[in-house]
Design a protein around this ligand. Structure first.
Ligand code: IVH
Length: 675
């Protein structure tokens, strides 16, 4: 690593800590990683090295010292959190062979007795800790933050591989067994096909699918997900085993799912041979693995070696490098999205990669293209990271054809010819012609009509046709379309026109949060729209919010705040809202009884007490909108006490006495499906 000064080191450490925490959250909480494990591990290794060289900047809260947490922080959870009897740690990992020999050397120095290794597949799923008492499954906890986990027992009992009852005569009265819940490729492909059919975002990989499924609130839905389980670590007090592999053998006899691929190795060389064998063989497995775990097999030596803050000293993980393919770059397309952002997309000579044929790959932005120094005709390395679309990670310079030209990043919008501007914060190029750039206009309509937005029966082709006829230019124009205009479209008949008009009519009842999302304000995704709707309650309150008010909201930063302010400051933005309101769209959360959001609370009586992030009135409206009834005092017939900050102590006491569930605002939001 290059020489760097203290100030620079401190800055880099702070940056890496922040980045790693963000990626931990994307990975463990949101199940939507945006970088590959390899890239994550590189950042982690850099932070470790900097903290080693500048110990004055190493803090207790560093991601190098704690495991990423899967607890839904701050969101509240339907699952009870339970403390782990023994912390659930992570594993040190390496991509470099010498480090395996270093690992062996460290053990040799620390213990005097001979030792062997257990070599195991590293299953790419989500960690689980099962407790069995008297041969019965007592509890299942996720890793959580390592010290406490979510109690997912009610979901885990729906995984066929996990027995509720064990059989055998030598089962300890109580023990824990830890392992991985994973989704085999077949189940993963099926699930993603179903999601695609339902226009839901597909899971990026089987690991995310497994961990997302394990946290489902509906055990029945969870049952259909085809999860599997493998267990690899037995823990307990006074267990009779001498070695780790012996303990696993016993577990297997009791009926627990244990890997059939683990092997004992007498030396690190044998362990390396196991790694080499699986490097290719793993591709034939019906489930995902991301490495090999090597553990000291003798349990007394494991105890001697002990743990660091984050991982055992008696085990390490060899990680497989992500699979790459090398293929020629044929050309680069520049796509303009509905927000005007221009994304370079590489067209590749089709190539096989991890089971699929890759033809296109993302190049992200101009900086990335410059960094790679990419030329047309270059052989490029393609990888699948955390994202679905593969990306180009490097260029094979030795194969560059003579005279290969550099692609010209456009200076004008490929669609409307307006000079592009660069957004410094995001290193992206934008077409600033929001009002008249045809791709942006059409994109805005497609977004507006989408399932998660206004759910209007109009896909790309319909929007294209309506736009080309000159019938639609700004969003409210949709609500002025006539039956005759629709019938005049190619291939349209009365029936299709009526269906379209019916869906337009139904969209007037779409809840405000979806209307807000549908407007297509830059940086306002589905989740942000929900949060803003809940916080402000109406479009007028949001439009009147100051920068400071916006910034006070959790998860709203400068970029989002500026985008909201710009939208409501612009004439076209204000005009769109005015005309959509006129067309009868919902512009507030509590827009009256007309707005029935669900019947989740049908037949339930809810008492509300304390302060919430929205007004008490808005909270009441929300209960009613989900079919519930509000009452003032807690009694035997109360279904829930919805308790905000400073909730009445008398009410809380009474609810506890009567055994009435007390919900926090976040728990309530989850109950009504407002994440
Ligand atoms: S042993 C204290 N063995 O990989 C040691 N872990 O990156 C506990 N994993 O947290 C871990 N396969 O979730 C172990 N055969 C295996 C594994 C394995 C997958 C996971 C586990 C761990 C993570 C570390």
């Amino acid at each position: 690593m290059a020489r760097i000064g203290q100030t620079e080191a401190k800055q880099r450490i702070d940056f890496l800590k922040q980045e790693l925490e963000r990626h931990n959250r994307n990975y463990y909480v949101l199940n939507a990683p945006t970088i590959s494990d390899f890239e994550f591990d590189l950042l982690m290794a850099e932070l470790q090295e900097l903290e080693r060289r500048f110990p004055q900047f190493a803090t207790e809260d560093s991601p190098t010292r704690h495991v990423g947490s899967d607890l839904a922080a701050g969101k509240g959870s339907e699952f009870a959190q339970v403390a782990h009897r023994w912390p659930m740690l992570s594993l040190g990992n390496t991509y470099a062979r010498e480090e395996l020999y270093d690992f062996d050397q460290r053990i040799r120095k620390a213990v005097s007795a001979p030792y062997s290794f257990s070599c195991e597949l590293k299953f790419d799923g989500t960690a689980i800790c099962l407790t069995y008492r008297d041969g019965r499954l007592l509890r299942a906890l996720t890793r959580g933050d390592g010290t406490k986990g979510d109690d997912v027992t009610r979901n885990v009992v729906n995984i066929p591989a996990i027995p509720r009852l064990l059989h055998g005569t030598d089962i300890p009265a109580e023990f824990e067994i830890r392992g991985e819940i994973y989704m085999p490729y077949e189940a993963f492909d099926r699930l993603n096909a179903e999601r695609a059919a339902a226009e839901l975002e597909p899971f990026a990989n089987p690991r995310n699918a497994a961990s997302g499924s394990l946290k489902l609130q509906d055990p029945e839905e969870m049952r259909t997900r085809g999860l599997d389980c493998v267990l690899y670590h037995v823990l307990g007090e006074d267990l009779p085993f001498k070695t780790h592999l012996e303990a696993l053998e016993a577990a297997s006899r009791w009926g627990l799912p244990v890997s059939a691929y683990s092997r004992r190795a007498e030396s690190i060389d044998e362990a390396v041979a196991y790694i080499d064998a699986w490097d290719t063989r793993r591709k034939t497995l019906p489930f995902a693995t991301d490495g090999i775990v090597i553990k000291v097999n003798e349990l007394d030596l494991q105890r001697q070696l002990g743990f660091t803050a984050k991982s055992p000293r008696w085990a390490t993980a060899w990680k497989f490098k992500p699979e790459q393919a090398l293929t020629p770059l044929l050309s680069v397309d520049y796509q303009v999205g509905r927000t005007g952002a221009v994304t370079p997309v590489a067209n590749l000579e089709p190539v096989q990669l991890s089971g699929t044929v890759v033809k296109r790959a993302s190049l992200h932005n101009k900086d990335q293209m410059d960094l790679l120094d990419i030329h047309i005709g270059d052989y490029v390395y393609v990888e699948k990271g955390g994202e679905i679309i593969p990306k180009i990670t490097g260029v094979e310079l030795s194969k560059r054809p003579a005279g290969a030209p550099r692609p010209d990043f456009p200076v004008r919008c490929p669609d409307c010819g307006t000079p592009l501007v660069r957004d410094e914060d995001e290193a992206r190029h934008y077409c600033p012609n929001r009002e008249s750039c045809p791709v942006q206009i059409k994109g805005r309509f497609v977004h507006f009509a989408g399932r998660k937005a206004m759910d209007i029966l109009a896909g790309d082709a319909t929007i294209e046709a309506l736009y080309n006829k000159g019938y639609i230019h700004t969003l409210p124009d949709l609500y002025a379309l006539t039956r005759d205009q629709l019938i005049s479209l190619d291939g349209w008949q009365e029936k299709s026109a009526d269906n379209f008009l019916a869906s337009l009519e139904a969209s007037r009842n779409v809840p405000f949060e979806r209307v807000l999302y549908a407007l297509g304000i830059r940086h306002i995704g589905e989740q942000t729209a929900k949060m803003l709707a809940r916080h402000f309650g109406s479009i007028d309150a949001l439009a009147a919010a100051s920068r400071d008010e916006l910034l006070q909201i959790e998860d709203i930063g400068d970029t989002v705040a500026d985008s909201i302010l710009a939208y409501f400051a612009s004439e076209p933005g204000r005009e769109t809202v005015r005309r959509l309101r006129e067309a009868g769209l919902q512009m507030a959360v509590d827009a009256g009884a007309r707005q029935q959001l669900s019947d989740t609370l049908a037949g339930k009586t809810v008492v509300i007490s304390g302060n919430f992030s929205i007004s008490r009135e808005a909270m009441k409206a929300l209960v009613e909108a989900h079919g519930g009834k509000n009452t003032g005092s807690v009694s035997g017939s109360t279904s829930y006490l919805l308790a905000g900050e400073k909730a009445g102590p008398e009410k809380l006491r009474k609810a506890e006495k009567l055994g009435i569930p007390v919900l926090s605002e976040t728990q309530f939001n989850q109950l009504i499906g407002k994440e």
